[in-house]
Design a protein around this ligand. Sequence first.
Ligand SMILES: C[S@@+](CC[C@H](N)C(=O)[O-])C[C@H]1O[C@@H](n2cnc3c(N)ncnc32)[C@H](O)[C@@H]1O
Length: 186
Amino acid sequence: MRAMFHTVAPRYNFITRAFSYGMDGRWKRIGVTRAHLPERPKVLDLASGTGDFSFLVHRHYPGSRSIAVDLTERMLQLARARGLPHAVCADAGILPFADSSFDCVFIGYGLRNFPNLQQAISEIRRVTRPGGMLVSLDFFLPANLLLRRLYLAYLYAQGVFWGFVLHGQATSLHLHSRLAQILRFD
Ligand SMILES: C[S@@+](CC[C@H](N)C(=O)[O-])C[C@H]1O[C@@H](n2cnc3c(N)ncnc32)[C@H](O)[C@@H]1O
């Protein structure tokens, strides 16, 4: 998992915008505005990638303090290069924070990547204050079988297409179709 995100990190934001036809930013903004946080919230941006949620929270709550956490150091380097001061390399299953540290935990397309989901949820619960909130943005499979097949075929084709466009290599084809595969969340 870490090796794959290390490889795609420099193109990750572009791929996400392209896969979502540019809607990704709007979905994240909706997540932040609907969270109704306190005036100066303390927020954990978990599986942060390059820190989109941290930047949006800061824009809506200038007095906020956000900590970005990701397993992939290269993603965090890009987050720091974008101007994010607090970026920590850690596993969602063992979070290096005290109990009740955060008002809210944001996760963008992250839950599906955690090898032990229960352990990660239990850590999220531990570091969130009582009455705090978890906001998770993710994709789900259509319930209808035909739509589901079409959707999975479409995701696979997207992966192959972007593998060719961005790299033109067989290894990258595998990488991007694997990326499309993990978007499935089944
Ligand atoms: C699909 S990206 C999402 C990035 C960002 N949240 C966004 O919305 O664009 C998933 C991220 O989860 C990270 N990740 C995967 N497993 C993780 C784990 N066990 N703990 C923390 N981060 C993890 C990856 O390194 C990657 O940056």
